[in-house]
Design a protein around this ligand. Structure first.
Ligand code: SAH
Length: 259
């Protein structure tokens, strides 16, 4: 799907920005780069800034006009550093990504068009686009570096694509821990913990079973308030078990004794 979304750079002056764009695209899974009249390309500076995304540079298509760059595209989105340059349907990067994804899902081809470092896109070029996209930057300093602007849109496209594919946005290992961490402890697990805690406090002499006062009810209130997860409960139970061992005179580091 992502191979039906092309990035078009118009009249780029700095080859470093072309390299930065290739890197940003490859990071986010985009592969089709079209360059309209680049001032300096191919170039070693572009290769250096691409940091290994040279396949994107090698397969980049260089054309002379924006019209050629847009061949076959049924949705064209033009980016602009200024939000109300000409009154036109305006999208933010997130809306741009979902609109683009919907379009490719229906079999269409999409172009994301980026302008010159110093002058952006001309009004004529902007009028070739169905939508304008503005990254909601600081109005007093609204213009992003070209490759950075590509990165923002490419990231949103990736997020929309992951959502459309039902793929996770987090790596699985982290997810397992995160799941365990977010699963709340059950009432019976809590009761077993309170019994363990009480016994440990007795073992270390902190709680006198003859004069318990309100210690356990205060501790119940404390733990009840903190919304302990299963993972955290495992840690607490582990601490109690080791504390009991030390209280009973069993060395914490058994292996040291064994030597
Ligand atoms: N002086 C130019 C700035 C161009 S920055 C101008 O005022 O238009 C180079 C390119 O980066 C822009 O043409 C656009 O494609 C992209 N860009 C930079 N900042 C952006 C922003 N806030 N929103 C959308 N695109 C932006």
């Amino acid at each position: 799907m992502l191979d039906r979304i092309r990035v078009v750079l118009v009249n780029t002056s700095h080859p470093g920005n072309i390299g930065g764009t290739a890197r940003a695209m490859k990071n986010m899974g985009l592969s089709r780069l079209v360059l309209v009249e680049p001032e300096d390309f191919p170039s070693s500076e572009a290769v250096a800034r691409a940091s290994g995304a040279t396949d994107i540079l090698d397969s980049a298509v260089v054309v002379q006009t924006l019209e050629e760059a847009l061949t076959g595209c049924s949705l064209v989105l033009g980016t602009s550093a200024r939000d109300r340059r000409i009154p036109w349907p305006l999208l933010d990067p997130r809306e741009c990504a979902t609109t683009s994804l919907q379009h490719v899902e229906q079999g269409g081809e999409v172009a994301l068009v980026f302008g010159r470092e110093y002058a952006g896109l001309t009004n004529e070029e902007l009028q070739r686009c169905q939508f304008h996209v503005h990254i909601p930057s600081n109005p007093d300093f609204s213009s992003l570096n070209l490759a950075t602007a590509v990165q923002v849109l490419a990231y949103e496209v990736r997020m929309a694509w992951l959502a459309a594919e039902g793929r996770p946005t987090k790596v699985e290992k982290l997810e397992t821990t995160a799941m365990l961490n977010s699963m709340p402890v059950t009432a019976d697990e809590l009761e077993r913990f309170y019994a363990h805690l009480e016994q440990t406090l007795v073992d270390i002499g902190f709680l006198d079973p003859e004069k318990p006062r309100h210690l356990m009810s205060r501790l119940r209130r404390l733990y009840g308030r903190s919304g302990v997860s299963k993972l955290e409960m495992n840690i607490l139970r582990g601490i109690l078990t080791e504390t009991q061992k030390v209280a009973r005179g069993v060395s914490y580091k058994r292996s040291d004794e064994d030597v």
